[in-house]
Design a protein around this ligand. Sequence first.
Ligand code: C2E
Ligand code: MG
Ligand code: MG
Ligand code: MG
Length: 293
Amino acid sequence: AAKTEERNAFRFYSPRMQADARRRIALASELRKALSESEFRLMYQPTVEMRTGRIVAVEALLRWYHPQRGLIAPGEFIPMAEKLGLIRRIDQWVLQAACEQMSAWDKAGLPPLRMAVNVSANWFGQANFVDEIRMLLESRRLAPERLMLEITEGAILRLGEEMERTLHALHSLGVGVAIDDFGTGYSSMSYLKLRAIDYLKIDQSFVAGLPDDASDGAIVESMLTLCRRLDISPIAEGIETEEQHRFLLRAGCVEGQGFLYSRPVEPDVIAQLLSPGRRQNNSHLRLVPPEAG
Ligand code: C2E
Ligand code: MG
Ligand code: MG
Ligand code: MG
């Protein structure tokens, strides 16, 4: 009886859901080839110092240019790569490519930036993770301070004791550690007591309701107080309006990122934005026109 029920239940899947399932299965097998076929590219989103509008960092964001399906967003394929055990190799590729880009900008004479790279728990949790990072930075002659690794609260939760060692090792190496999407995970805040976190990225879901939503306002202000008290540098994500920018600046947020300033863009756009002749001041919050990127 259970069998028939199962079979009948299947009929409730809409054609849409079936198409989605087919796409997922196809993508999963194609994802294995994407690395070797060089279908990945990095885009870079500027992070600005909110007070001055100056670019202080960029975040490397992965894009998959599929030969037939076109652009695929990381939100779709990263979770897939995690399940398939491919994320570690992908993250390694990303870190390598981001460091190469940093060296290229240095060689072109651009002012040094911090490079933010997202890493998943699968790799961050490996015993030799910190050694790999150290070796990569040494081989490229990059100061560890130039690199910032973004991990989510979920990743910290999954690591347990190993996490403490890894965080301290990264911290003493000088690599920046940021908690990404802060406030959206299920972990406790006890990891903050380790004093090994350098940045908190306030998730865009809390920024979205600013300045009118009282709950978002209260949450964001508390996060900023927490950062001040713990000597952590706050970065707000997903800033789309000048009103959000003003609220965050007044509340003491230090750095910001979002479509208001710039979408993720190609590396040559970053190079143009940083070129010595270009004036950087806060009279123009917008670095890149909204349609670009
Ligand atoms: P994230 O690290 O929190 O990155 C921020 C995401 O918000 C990016 O989406 C960015 O394009 C988007 N964003 C930036 N400003 C705004 C804004 O003002 N409004 C809105 N609505 N969105 C904004 P993206 O590039 O699609 O990346 C999604 C997520 O995929 C990232 O979230 C990150 O968790 C993951 N991801 C991206 N690249 C990598 C990677 O190389 N490795 C790993 N492990 N994960 C990655
Ligand atoms: Mg991130
Ligand atoms: Mg985030
Ligand atoms: Mg996110």
